[in-house]
Design a protein around this ligand. Sequence first.
Ligand code: SF4
Ligand code: SF4
Length: 606
Amino acid sequence: MGLRIRHEELATRAFIEHLRRHPLPELMDDECAAALANVEAQFGDRRSHGAGMEVRLGDERRYVDYILKFDVQDIPLMNSEWIEIDYEQFVNGGPIGACRFAKVNRDKSGDYRVFLDGTMPRYAGLERARQLRPALAKLTKAMAPEASIRLVGVMDVRGANVGLRLVLDYPDLDAIVKNLPALGWTGNTAAFHEAFTPWAEAGFTFGLALDVSPEGIGEKIGLETYWKGNAPDYVETVIDRLLDAGLCLPSKAKAIRRWIRLLPEVNPFLHTRFTYFKLNYMDGRITEAKAYLETSSLVHHFDFPAFDRPLRLDLVLSDEKGKSMPVGDTPALLDECAAERVNHLRLYGGEDWPELPRLLSACREKNYRAEIVLRKSADEDWLRRMIEAGAKTFLVEFGDDAAEKTLATLRSLGAGRGTENGAFVTARWRMHEENVETLPDLVKRLNELGVNELYITGMVPENGAAQKPPTMKQMKAAAKFIWDWRFGEEEQGGLVTEIDTCFSAMQLMMCSGGPDQSTTLAFFDRGCEGGRSFMALHADGSFSPCVHLPGEPANSFADYWEHSESLQTHRKKTGQRSACAACPYTRRCSPCPAAPEPVEKCTIKA
Ligand code: SF4
Ligand code: SF4
């Protein structure tokens, strides 16, 4: 149920098809777009974890070099590479050659022996490694202590059979300039410094790209700027500066602006990014700018206001006010789901909706994932009928003995971990100040009951009762327990533990250990996902971002998703509260708009 996987390998074909669905005529003319079929013919079936384009921003010609990312194995300090297929290689068909680039993981030993004698021969070939070794040994010795090798590239298809491309990371421009003479660069460092100072002053940080041959480094060098995210605000800054500097054509800028704003498709592992840009330097001036665009299979969805279509639709079949969804409405709804490529339904209130088996059968026929939320105890006969009708997932709201009995019954019916063809069982548990200490016992009990997953939530409404969120100390202890469990029992096939995206405070604690710790926030989603990755349809036919928020009328769920003004407002700023003003995470966290009290009491900002 949770989204622990951040990365998925897809067939190369999927990335090329995505590009065809979102054409970029300003960057690729008809001939270039058509020639991608040649790349597809050679690489279409190969699994890749991202595809990209190298765009020459100031060049009137409309073509790109195409980039694919693959895993590499058994090469010290490396785990993935990307191949860059020059346009000349794929425009005419026939066998395609490519340049290869791989990221070098920092050698913790502090010297470059592993790189020179382990990585190089395996990646660049024995002969090349032998010929380049003296030049590389000299270069690595001359590198400033704060510099490191970021990536290495071999470009045989461009005729560089002996040479090598290196990109070195430095903390700032001054460090690069200071180090260039020691590296053996014979150009004018003062002119180089002057050319790049305006970019450094604008806050850009650089990697130094240089070509190494047995004679040393070449005169042509480049600076690459990497961006941590794909947030349009950041990318706009880059594009504006490139336009001002005359390094980018307005038509190409327009295409990039469009590209970075494409919403991720219903597959969360397919979306667009701007990866980095590169400025080439030669003879005292910046000669050209290139941009690297990506169709990514990494989940970065906090960069986007919402998905193109909801990944999941939550249906309230019956509610506590006694309202029931008319049975006659569901066939049309399922048809709409098919038309909009939404194939995941979460069903609330099914215990009191007699037609649930029929709906489950229809979902099974259409190959939809139907998830039943159980808020009340359910007897064996009812659960058996639901499994027979096609229920694939049960989400049991856990909190009392009745819920535990339901989980035991599901187990006796063959659902849960380690059962063949059994339904998936999730226990959703709301953590608060009063019950947090019971977590270790709970995890062990659920594990024994064969439950697949524990989904830990918090800061969300619970039967109208406002529970106090756990304290920082309690969350730290809980986070430690969860990490220990994940590295131990969970890794051995035990119960999976997930943190609900709604529970921002605990998500932060899991990825950082708290605001006093340094963090990359790599595992922090953006808080409230209602109206961004899923939405709700209530029993009375109204729509809302989440079942906990009041509904409003709309013609269809697609109409609501695209046109509701209140939904647009919700996406821009979900529940940001004055109580959060002092919190360091306000840019990434969207606190729950349906649960004011727990958010007011969020301990993270303290
Ligand atoms: S204080 Fe507000 S913004 Fe900060 S983590 Fe808590 S809910 Fe999120
Ligand atoms: S409104 Fe958002 S944060 Fe609150 S429970 Fe719903 S999805 Fe979670």
